[in-house]
Ligand binder design. Sequence first.
Ligand code: PLP
Length: 423
Amino acid sequence: VEAREAYSAARPRSAAIHARAREVMPGGNTRTVLFYTPFPTAMVRGEGARVWDADGRDYVDFCGEYTAGLFGHSEHRILDAVKAAMDHGVNLAAVGENEGKLAALICARFPSVEQVRFTNSGTEANIMALAGARGFTGRTEVLAFRGGYHGGVFTFPVGVPTSPVNLPIPMRFADYNDAEGAARAIREAGDALAAVIVEPMQGSAGCIPATREFLIALREACTETGAVLVFDEVMTSRHGFGGLQQRMGVTPDMTTFGKYMAGGMSFGAFGGRRDIMAMFDGHRAGAMPHAGTFNNNVLSMAAGCVALGEIFDEAAAEALFARGEALKASVNAACARHGVAVHFTGTGSMLSPHFRPGPVTAPYKASVAEEQMRELFFFDMLAAGIYLARRGMVALMLPVTDADCARFVAAVEEFCAARKPVL
Ligand code: PLP
């Protein structure tokens, strides 16, 4: 309560922004992930790896727009590309050259992607990938994993019953990282199953990496039954030049993308095997529809070509991955020094805190005490000038420095010393 009160007292402008928005928007915002009580901090400016809130405080941005902010705020090469695109007219109602260029960049990187199409978000990318898989197989059902998040209504938190009312597709569920159980569920579903969709590291469930054994079991069971294996790499494609699939050495049939790939402009894409993607080939009779006014919007296409073609190359991807692994090691060492029930899981540049002893290898429903500690952690980090996702997830941006990471570790260490979380 004290931390919440201190938070509110320090942010009168954010409180007013929230109060006004609440009159005309349920909850006062338009993204569930940005909502928390008493009210979310409103940001007014960002530059590099820094953000400023409406009350004039500044923070190091460790939230990284939930991975979409990979390039940092106002990266000059991306800005130049966007400005140039705007100078030539924004809504041209026509195909352009950049979409083919961006598609080629993506196909050249990701082992599973022979062809690709664009959307405006990761949610849409998943909807279209699953539609394609259903059309290709002539089957209807989709298997996903408890704890998985695939955007919008495709959210399956552990311990929350999934409402079929929300879902446009008949779903089955299995447990994440349970190789045997998942393979059994796929085989049992047999001819009914069109697709299996999985994050190769569960992001919103708390940065929980899949084991290679688990992904291989999915690969084998899908090959056997003919279900299309879809990797949702909306977040994890940053974990290597060819995504987490390349790092793990497991190739799905289809992959979905989003977040950072258009340099911070709105983006989504789905791609995969040529025979599956041919479902959308307008040269064929009976091609499946895939429309969308902004799918090839010139800002995203131009920014994406620069982001993937000129900035986030193999060396940059490896350096970011290594920085994340180093941060995880040093922050976990700091937690261990204090002997507290806090540790971080994740892969490369994405990590999440857990307020329980490790190891955490599967998603779980947190206790009330754990949730309270998570809230306290968030407020304490804000007070220390560190901006994070409310659930504590870190997504490093390219301009984050070693000094920024040291500051993060020091703030976590201070939290451990002050709050001594033992559960
Ligand atoms: N899939 C995963 C794994 C995600 O983490 C997200 C967003 O956080 C999505 C899909 C949805 O992407 P978008 O928010 O662009 O619709």
